[in-house]
Design a protein around this ligand. Sequence first.
Ligand code: GDP
Ligand code: MG
Length: 445
Amino acid sequence: MLDALSERLQGTFRRLGSRGRISEEDLDAALREVRVALLEADVNFKVVRDFIARVRERAVGTEVLKSITPAQQIVSIVNDELVEVLGKDSKPLEKAKSGITRILVCGIKGSGKTTLVGRLGMRLKREGMKPLLVATDFERVAATEQLQVLGRQIDVPVYFEEREAPAAEVAKRALREAERTGANAVIVDTRGAVALDDDLMDELAALADEVDPTEVLIVVDAMTGQEAVNIAREFDEAIEGTGIVVTKLDSDTRGGAVLSVREVTGLPVKFITTGERLEALEDFHPDRFAGRVLGMGDVVTLVERAREQMGEQQVEQVAQRMRSGQFDLEDFLTQLSQVKQMGNMAGMLDMIPGLSQLKDKAQIAAVNEAFLKQAEAIIQSMTLQERHNPDILNGSRRRRIALGSGTTAADVNRLLNQYREAKKLMQMMSGGGRGAGGLRRLLGF
Ligand code: GDP
Ligand code: MG
């Protein structure tokens, strides 16, 4: 997801970070690269323009350039502003305070509406609600059937009518059916046209009047880029949306839609979907998404899972060490082996700072055991002093460590680089900046 953008941004920051001092020209050059990267990812040009201006203003205003870690601070500002553009806080699905939660799902044909209706049905059922899915699309017979198949798959009832009738009337009867059967959530699938024409607009307006929706979700397909953003705006003007769902982010897409749609429509992104399987529905968290874009890993999700797995005490220990700026190779090793315990290496790799930047993730995921053994062997071949302060390792010591651990000097160097990346991020996360807020809150410091 957004791999091209992510790689370009990381490249820019790496080049910036390799300079000792950063001049205002360096900053401008870097921001130009960021700008091009965003435009290439198909982010709306106005959004890009404002974004760059805000980053620049903050970087200059806070005298970042004179600080001792200017590159890190710039990354941190870019991260903060990305989070801002993406909507800052996550906005969960709204539920009715009393009575039936009513969700309208609209969007153009093929954007992923019907699939989303199934996904939300599954989600709400898991949360213990009693959903009813409603078919109102008579354009294609297959549309109703598709929803019935989904309903059977997740064991959730579907309301549909054999004879064609206006969508608003079908919805009215569906609500009655919900009351009769004790359903407390109604998820209405709507017809999708190739474009939002007057007919569809009238139909949706009548539907919204009848349903009095708790949520009006506008579904857009990430693959259509800028067009997705325009479509979202049109739908919002026509029937006042309450949230956006961006689908097909798994595809090889430039993904700029996610980064623009909030700023352009003012509506929060509530979910993203990343595959054809029903399970591929993710709550949208601006901070985590920004982290993924910047290749800093989704540390927050990682920490959440770590909490579940290893308990409060160990998390507190890690937090303590981060706080005090200590994060040595032993901590790094602990972190790696904890990830192993948590399983699903492939999914986890994206979340670990440093490792998320590796190109051959798949390879590592496949040989994760071997990878960990190697890291362990290398670190254990070091003296205690070296483990605590790897900077003292010179060329000849590295060769000896390679020899001692049955690896190569390149393996040793790679491990040290991964460790440094992780440490840099740890320092950034614990060293302030609004972007770090989520993690700090989570870790309780
Ligand atoms: P609708 O016309 O808006 O109701 O769209 P559908 O729900 O029928 O979806 C259209 C196609 O997109 C189907 O083949 C879905 O399987 C596919 N689809 C939906 N969401 C995703 C997604 O997140 N990723 C991918 N790859 N395909 C998706
Ligand atoms: Mg459909």
